[in-house]
Design a protein around this ligand. Structure first.
Ligand code: PGA
Length: 252
């Protein structure tokens, strides 16, 4: 089963709207015509409108970094899936480790947010991954399997057909410490096995699993060539269009 690779840039809380415009323009110039690999940029909420305008007509898709579980209502400061969809988003990142760490997100909220994303026609990029303590204690497999099944609880293969999973070991995010290709492959295979057990072999063979955590131009090719690594979720290196383009091109 060949799965189309997908490279997404998570800009996190970086770039003002004017800076987002400049970065989006640079992304279009560097890789906007590449269609053999799916590319997504995920600016901040305030950067979405301008990024949408700048990537129009290119092959680059737009994503958001978070959404609320409800469609609308008295939730001051929050943004719903319908708002993101109308703002031009195709994708939304859910359950990033920074959301889990700083905003108390867990399997239950992740599950609700996946449902909200799907209800608004957004494709969820669902993040899982272990801390260094868990890895050192030998608990990685159990944790990522639990995070995966917990996130997807009660959802069907048909409902989840657009979902992408991102395996992001917390100890590799923003640290410059990248998982070895073998470490990444091992965990991706566990996640795919968990998907096979819960949603069936056909679903598991089609579902794309990205790796995330200090992916850079110089380590991308080796990681992306692992059989169960179907792309990358890139933080720091996505803030530079040339460096991000090199990661995109490393999949080709
Ligand atoms: P990083 O972030 O590439 O800066 O390590 C990855 C992520 O958090 O998605």
């Amino acid at each position: 089963m060949s799965r189309k690779k997908i490279i997404a840039g998570n800009w996190k809380m970086n770039k003002t709207p004017s800076e987002s415009a400049a970065l989006a323009i640079a992304c279009v110039a560097e890789f906007g015509d590449i269609a053999d690999v799916e590319t997504v940029i995920c600016p901040t909420f305030t950067g979405l409108a301008v990024a949408r305008e700048k990537i129009a007509g290119s092959k680059i898709a737009l994503g958001a970094q978070n959404l609320h579980t409800e469609k609308n209502g008295a939730y001051t400061g929050e943004i719903s899936g319908d708002m993101l969809k109308d703002a031009g988003c195709d994708f939304v990142i859910i359950g990033h480790s920074e959301r889990r760490q700083y905003f108390g997100e867990n399997e239950e909220t992740v599950n609700k947010k996946i449902r909200a994303a799907l209800a608004s026609g957004l494709k969820p990029i669902v993040c899982v991954g272990e801390t260094l303590d868990v890895r050192d204690a030998g608990g990685t497999e159990k944790l990522v399997r639990t995070q995966t099944t917990g996130a997807l609880a009660g959802l069907t293969a048909a409902e989840l057909s657009s979902m992408v999973i991102a395996y992001e070991p917390v100890w590799a995010i923003g640290t410059g410490r990248v998982a070895s290709p073998a470490q990444a492959q091992e965990v991706h295979a566990w996640i795919r096995d968990e998907l096979t057990q819960t949603l069936g072999a056909d679903f598991a063979s089609k579902c794309r699993i990205q790796y995330g955590g200090s992916v850079k131009a110089d380590n991308a090719k080796e990681i992306l060539s692992q059989p169960d690594v179907d792309g990358a979720l890139v933080g720091g290196a996505s803030l530079d269009a040339k460096g991000f383009a090199a990661i995109v091109k490393a999949t080709l």
